[in-house]
Design a protein around this ligand. Structure first.
Ligand SMILES: NC(=O)c1ccc[n+]([C@@H]2O[C@H](COP(=O)([O-])OP(=O)(O)OC[C@H]3O[C@@H](n4cnc5c(N)ncnc54)[C@H](O)[C@@H]3O)[C@@H](O)[C@H]2O)c1
Length: 429
């Protein structure tokens, strides 16, 4: 099938590349010329395991192309995916300007029947608005479909090829059949495709993310009770998660959730409820607890070092989670801001996110490896659970550091740091 993908960010590039790898002809469009030029040369602007290799292979075999020319992409495709960003407005509502711009382009350039698929995360009712915009600009027949994306950064290619489920919201039999055909490579390996009406599909995405965020905030709130009583949140999570009705995932207490999805999607869903005059108490609490959690690490550090001025603080991990270079809404940004406000000297290391961090987070010394950050450090704060931080050389750390203090925002260690002579605080233990 001929497919156009609007937006070459995490969702668009992974979707487009994987559809090409399934044998389709895919043309990816972006308004960012530098991104498109780089992609034409096989360069991917963010780190995602396995993606670059797939981009190169499918480009070489001419199933995957890149362009800034929206008209060409629309006219050469039967299916058009909207994969552009839907960031938060000041009030938390989803900003749909990018989505509506694509709808306008599609309406202007459409030359025959198309299925327009919204993959961006959007509030319930957005497909209807997309339809209206296209109708305003075109008399040609078309269908709008909702097909939210559930891939996780850091495992995006694997998730796309082998998803828990594909959700398709469609009110048209014709579009439904086209979508079923498109996802054959996924259903063939036994992954389910679920068809719903459009509004239900739009809502499933927000509710999924909000449910996961709720579990995290709930455990983060309980972690404080653990700290006050001497209970251990890791064991609480394990004991609770062994209950089959609950399950073990997304029960890890930590520095608060970040990334480009959970924070904005929780806020946007709360906004949607409120726009209908409905209370959103749970979602507002989830968001509030998360913001508070991000701010709870520096006070832990200050238990050991009350005055941070001119103290050298090493940071391990900047991305919002491991195996990605994405720092959007990462807890590390809040921690670094707090440290800078107290005039601490911050030395940071992350295996993949430093180029991104250098662009947006100033006043930090970025170093080339984890141990370099520790030289004469008064304390170490671990903010992302990259595998390479899990088994460090504690003896070498002792030699390098001035103060033997570890604040472990991800609970990656158990008794090792204390047995090696470090002062150590995790979360909820
Ligand atoms: N990142 C994730 O893990 C993830 C997972 C599931 C769903 N989502 C959702 O998918 C959507 C996209 O997220 P993302 O992280 O890929 O965004 P992103 O910010 O990484 O990429 C968006 C891209 O769209 C481009 N763009 C903007 N306007 C355009 C236009 N008119 N035409 C062509 N390109 C245009 C931008 O230049 C940018 O490259 C969001 O709604 C997000 O909530 C994201």
């Amino acid at each position: 099938m001929n497919i156009a993908i609007f937006g070459t960010g995490y969702v668009g590039l992974v979707s487009g590349t994987c559809f090409a790898d399934f044998g389709n002809k895919v043309i990816c469009v972006d308004i960012d010329k530098s991104k498109i030029n780089a992609l034409k040369k096989g360069k991917v602007s963010f780190y995602e395991p396995g993606l670059k290799e797939l981009v190169l292979r499918n480009s070489k075999e001419e199933r995957l192309k890149f362009t800034c020319n929206a008209k060409k992409a629309v006219q050469n495709s039967e299916i058009i995916f909207i994969c552009v960003g839907t960031p938060s407005k000041q009030n938390g509502e989803a900003n749909l300007d990018f989505v509506f711009q694509v709808a306008k382009d599609v309406g202007l350039f459409m030359n025959d029947y198309k299925v327009i698929v919204d993959k961006s995360t959007v509030p319930v009712g957005t497909a209807e608005k997309i339809k209206r915009i296209i109708c305003k600009n075109s008399k040609i027949d078309f269908d709008v479909v909702s097909n939210p994306e559930f891939l996780r950064e850091g495992a995006a290619v694997k998730d796309f090829q082998n998803p828990d489920r594909v959700v398709v919201g469609s009110n048209s039999e014709k579009a439904k059949n086209i979508m079923a055909h498109l996802y054959k490579s996924v259903t063939r390996v036994g992954r389910p495709i679920m068809f719903t009406d459009i509004k239900t599909s739009e809502l499933i995405k927000y509710v999924s993310n909000a449910m996961l965020a709720t579990r995290i905030s709930f455990m983060n709130e309980i972690s404080h009770l653990c700290e006050s009583t001497g209970a251990n949140i890791k064991d609480v999570a394990r004991g609770v998660g062994l209950d089959k009705r609950i399950g073990s995932r997304f029960l890890q207490a930590g520095p608060g959730y970040g990334g480009s999805c959970f924070p904005k999607d929780v806020k946007a869903l709360a906004q949607s409820l409120e726009q209908f005059g409905l209370p959103s108490n749970i979602l507002r609490a989830v968001d509030y607890v998360n913001e508070r959690q991000k701010r709870s690490l520096v006070p832990k550090l200050k238990k050991f070092i009350p005055k941070l001025e001119c103290k050298k603080i090493a940071i391990w991990g900047l991305s919002f989670k491991p195996r990605t270079s994405d720092i959007r809404d990462s807890p590390a940004l809040v921690v670094i801001e707090q440290l800078k406000n107290e005039y601490a000297d911050v030395f940071a290391y992350d295996p993949e996110a430093m180029p991104e961090a250098k662009k947006y987070v100033k006043g930090v010394t970025y170093v080339n490896n984890a141990y370099e950050a520790l030289k004469d450090a008064d304390a170490l704060m671990i903010l992302t659970e990259w595998d390479q931080f899990r088994e460090p050389d504690f003896e070498l750390m002792k030699q390098l550091m001035r103060g033997l203090i570890i604040i472990d925002g991800r609970n990656i260690y158990n008794s090792e740091p204390v047995s090696k002579g470090f002062k150590y605080i995790g979360i909820g233990r």
